[in-house]
Design a protein around this ligand. Structure first.
Ligand SMILES: *Cc1c(COP(=O)(O)O)cnc(C)c1O
Length: 429
């Protein structure tokens, strides 16, 4: 098999370019999610024809080893036979019922077993819905309005969470997007990651909840200091504010029980997405029974979804988690990710970070510990690296501020090929 077309120096992208021109006529920016447009690295995005295992093929026939994995869900690799079979089997029985279906209980049990802090869980259709609903629930439970988030953490695109990263001090911040009323943003206070002393800057007695990515991966990868996470847990518990651990990206990825297993810190509420749907649209939020039972129809906090608990999506999630939980799989992921990052560290100059199978290299000389230090990166240089890797058959995230994802389908040969590509790529920097 042709593992990697290292001899290609001038990939053709004619068909992708034609499609992108066409898409831009009828879809804003030509994409249905902004980062896909390659604005962070320049150039034209490729259109994918198909994907299996660790590989993508674009419509011009170019082949890539893929470390984006649909932005996280594809931890088994693309088109895993068990996932495909589960979706086909489910589809034959009908694609949506609008009634309860047995698959919802099976996926809920898998989630609750992996996450002891989740006593009850509700499924939604995206990570955005999960965080939005968890925050409404936290406000309903505490009868408080204000929430705390951390600079540079992304929690989906709900209004109250699209608030600009502040300059360090807690501020009543301005919206990060046009169309978000300033009144909404006023209830969102931002603090700095990894700054224990900074936690004192808000009046916690008026806070409904703090939401945080326990393995921040939306400004590149910035591991939290354990002492910081523990301090946040303590301060929220002391004042009766809820802690929402947003594990949409790190859930089921950094460990079977996510960051909560890795760090031994539990959330009152947890949000999940990405891997839990195995490539179909699923999100979830869950936590303590006394909180979750405030949701309609049991309680006064409204939340609903026409397609929530969709049988195809549940089937894909169940197949993905059951396969992922097979003995040895997390160890394999850890070993392959360690091997790749060890190799990359020797080849690519920059600040390297990894937690489990999430990794990234920041093109900067300073240690990256928060949003401010992440922003010291040379994004132009990252763009050159990204394109050189693509030319050498490796697809990385098209932005300095995203992370790479290893899958169980990546072999040692794929890692070798990736390191060969990196050796070529750094020559162009
Ligand atoms: C991706 C992501 C979201 C949003 O999920 P969508 O399915 O894109 O709406 C929320 N939180 C975190 C931590 C994420 O990585």
């Amino acid at each position: 098999m042709n593992l990697l077309k290292l001899d290609i120096t001038n990939m053709k992208h004619d068909y992708s370019e034609k499609l992108f021109r066409e898409a831009q006529q009828i879809i804003p920016g030509g994409v249905n999610s902004p980062v896909r447009a390659f604005r962070g690295v320049g150039g034209t995005p490729f259109f994918t024809q198909r994907a299996t295992g660790p590989r993508l093929w674009d419509v011009d026939g170019n082949e890539y080893i893929d470390y984006v994995g649909s932005w996280g869900p594809m931890i088994l690799g693309h088109a895993h036979p068990k996932v495909i079979q589960a979706v086909l089997d489910a589809a034959r029985n009908g694609t949506s019922f609008g009634t309860p279906n047995p698959l919802e209980i099976r996926l809920a049990k898998l989630v609750c077993e992996a996450y002891p802090s989740i006593q009850k869980v509700r499924f939604v259709n995206s990570g955005t819905e999960a965080t939005m609903s968890a925050i409404r629930l936290a406000r309903g439970f505490t009868k408080r309005d204000k929430i705390v988030k951390f600079d540079g953490c992304y929690h989906g695109h709900a209004d109250s969470l699209l608030v600009k990263a502040g300059s360090g001090a807690a501020t009543f911040d301005v919206p990060d997007s046009a169309g978000v009323p300033a009144d909404f943003a006023r209830n969102t206070l931002t603090l700095t990651l990894n700054d224990v002393a900074g936690l004192k800057r808000v009046n916690w007695s008026e806070i409904a909840c703090a939401i945080i990515e326990p393995v921040p991966g939306n400004m590149g990868l910035i591991p939290l200091k354990l002492a910081f996470l523990q301090a946040l847990r303590q301060v929220t518990r002391d004042v009766g504010a809820l802690l929402i651990l947003d594990e949409v990206m790190c859930g089921f990825r950094v460990a079977k029980g996510g960051a909560q297993e890795l760090y031994g810190v539990t959330g009152d509420l947890t949000t999940l997405g990405k891997i839990i749907g195995g490539g179909l649209p699923v999100g979830a939020f869950g936590g303590r029974t006394d909180i979750m039972d405030l949701l309609a129809p049991n309680g006064p906090v409204y939340q609903a979804g026409t397609l929530s608990g969709n049988p195809l999506a549940m089937a894909a999630g169940i197949a993905t988690l059951e396969e992922l939980f097979q003995p040895g799989h997390y160890k394999t992921l850890e070993e392959r990710s360690a091997a790749l990052c060890y190799g990359l560290k020797k080849i690519v100059p920059g600040y390297h970070a990894r937690v489990g199978s999430k990794f990234c290299v920041f093109f900067t000389d300073v240690p990256v510990v928060d949003y401010a230090t992440a922003k010291t990166c040379d994004t132009k240089k990252y763009g050159r690296y990204f394109h050189a890797m693509m030319e050498n058959g490796v697809y990385l995230a098209p932005s300095q501020f995203e992370v790479g994802f290893m899958s169980l389908a990546h072999t040692e040969a794929d890692i070798e090929a990736t390191l060969r590509a990196a050796r070529e790529a750094v020559k162009t920097l």
